[in-house]
Write a protein that binds this ligand. Structure first.
Ligand code: ZN
Length: 106
C-alpha cells in the first residue's frame, strides 16, 4: 500500500540523504584543501620553481582548469604509477598530477 503520505515521507528521506551527502562532500573538499596545503609546504622545498601555489593546485586538481590560461582542455601524456602527465592544449604548460593530492610543473 502506497499512500501520498508514504511518498512524502520517502521524498523527505531522500532530501535529507542528499543534504548529508553534500555536507560530506564539502568536508572532503575541505580536507583535500588541507592536504594540498600540507603537500605544498613540503613541495616548495623539494621542488623549488616547479612547485605550484596552493591556489594553482586547487584550480588544476579540483576544477581541472589550467592555472596559466584558464583552459579546460588537456592532452594526457604518459602515466607513471599514480600520477599522469598532462599538457594544456591552449598554452602548452605541462603538469604532473596525481589528483587530488599532488601537482607540479614539468
Ligand atoms: Zn594553459
Amino acid at each position: 500500500m502506497t499512500t501520498q503520505e508514504d511518498i512524502n515521507m520517502l521524498t523527505n528521506m531522500v532530501e535529507l540523504a542528499t543534504k548529508e551527502l553534500i555536507t560530506m562532500q564539502n568536508i572532503l573538499i575541505s580536507m583535500t584543501k588541507i592536504l594540498i596545503q600540507q603537500k605544498d609546504g613540503q613541495g616548495e622545498n623539494a621542488l623549488g620553481k616547479n612547485a605550484l601555489t596552493v591556489e594553482e593546485k586547487a584550480k588544476l586538481l579540483e576544477e581541472g582548469i589550467c592555472p596559466d590560461c584558464d583552459s579546460k582542455t588537456f592532452d594526457r601524456g604518459p602515466e607513471g604509477g599514480l600520477s599522469t602527465n598532462i599538457r594544456c592544449v591552449d598554452c602548452g604548460s605541462k603538469f604532473n598530477v596525481c589528483p587530488p593530492y599532488f601537482a607540479e610543473r614539468i
